[in-house]
Design a protein around this ligand. Structure first.
Ligand code: ZN
Length: 381
């Protein structure tokens, strides 16, 4: 038997592989920070053998509550990912028991979204007559920070910003963007046509490509949690936020969406902006309208479960959506999707996954359209 992880987003530490019934593993930390929870590795030579894999440091993961009712994902072909039913958290360890059908099997924390797929997505989008791909600059390690622009510049258009994957281990966020873009760039979709006519959309499919390639959970190559950098981004240590914020100051912002995954809560929910100082009653009404419109089109989304008020404390305005709500006074939301399953619409086979994230992304066009219809800056010259 062999375990390898020296590939795009691969991450694991192997302590012992001597006994298939006691494979000892450790979750590997981000390259320049202590966060650990993401894993992705290949197991070779175990076809037909019952294996028992123990992640010994699961209790010190970034979100240990994330292991409760969690089920590991696996794939033989790296296209179809399924859940391993026999996954449990006990005595501070994550234990996964599985009998692989093939000699090569991949295990991961969640369905990966590779850097190659990211490059394919931006290349495909660049072929669309409705979109442009612009380079905002470079990440800490010199990767391109891609901005997708949809819509023709014209007076009165509402600038809409959507960013994803500040936390690189939250791959569902880029699956979401892929689904949103497929619908937004569909020449036959009437809602997409109207949105393209009336808004300027600025979309960053992956805010943290360095962290994504490195298999980090939460930070960029310099160890920065990008979603705590928005008040004072550092051009050297957090250029990803610095560059996006700079461009946003140039374009303005009339709606902002920041796409994430949550390790603990088995729901799709928004983190909203009421707590942001100066958030107006008008913005709150527009926020409520947006949320209602999303709930009307996606039964995967709900508003009962979510974060408690005060969760971010003093850090509030260092978070992207809170900083934007404060700076631009617009509807500004963080969307969270589960790493586990969606408890209100569970799927025992796959749990929450890439395909479901894509459908959710496509559904986001409906509240966006509703928002545009109510937006004063839609008025034409
Ligand atoms: Zn996140």
């Amino acid at each position: 038997m062999k375990i390898s992880s020296n590939f795009d987003a691969g991450a694991i530490e192997v302590l012992s592989l001597d006994d298939p019934q006691a494979i000892r593993l450790r979750l590997r930390s981000d390259n320049a920070a202590d966060f650990h929870q993401w894993f992705y590795f290949r197991l070779l030579g175990a076809a037909g053998k019952p294996v028992r894999m123990v992640f010994e440091n699961a209790a010190s993961a970034a979100y240990p509550d994330g292991w409760q009712d969690y089920r590991c994902v696996a794939s033989y072909d790296r296209q179809h990912w399924f859940r391993i039913a026999d996954t449990r958290y006990q005595n501070g360890e994550l234990v996964v028991e599985h009998t692989p059908e093939r000699d090569s099997v991949y295990y991961a924390y969640f369905e990966p979204y590779s850097h190659e797929r990211h490059l394919d997505l931006t290349a495909r989008v660049a072929q669309s007559p409705f979109a442009q791909v612009r380079d905002l600059g470079s990440t800490v390690e010199g990767r391109d920070l891609d901005l997708i622009v949809v819509g023709q510049p014209a007076p009165g258009r509402l600038p809409v910003w959507l960013i994803a994957r500040q936390h690189p281990g939250e791959t569902m966020a880029e699956w979401f963007v892929e689904g949103l873009l497929e619908r937004l760039l569909d020449g036959a979709d009437p809602l997409a046509r109207r949105i393209r006519e009336q808004a300027m959309l600025y979309i960053v499919p992956n805010m943290n490509p360095d962290g994504a390639v490195r298999g980090n959970l939460r930070t960029n190559a310099a160890g920065r949690n990008l979603n705590r950098e928005w008040r004072t981004p550092d051009p050297v240590a957090s250029p990803e936020v610095f560059l996006v914020r700079q461009e946003m100051e140039r374009t303005g912002c009339g709606l902002f969406l920041d796409i994430h995954g949550d390790e603990t809560l088995p729901y799709v929910f928004f983190s909203t902006a009421e707590e942001v100082p100066g958030f107006s009653a008008e913005a709150a009404a527009a926020q409520a309208r947006f949320i209602e419109a999303f709930a009307a089109v996606s039964p995967d989304f709900q508003t009962r479960e979510g974060y408690q008020p005060g969760r971010f404390g003093e850090e509030l305005l260092t978070l992207a959506s809170k900083w934007v709500a404060h700076r631009f006074g617009c509807v500004s939301l963080t969307l969270e999707m589960p790493f586990k399953d969606n408890a209100i619409l569970p799927d025992a086979q796959v749990g929450w996954n890439g395909a479901r994230s894509k459908r959710l992304g496509a559904a986001m066009l409906d509240p966006l359209w509703r928002h545009l219809q109510h937006s004063p800056s839609r008025a034409r010259d």
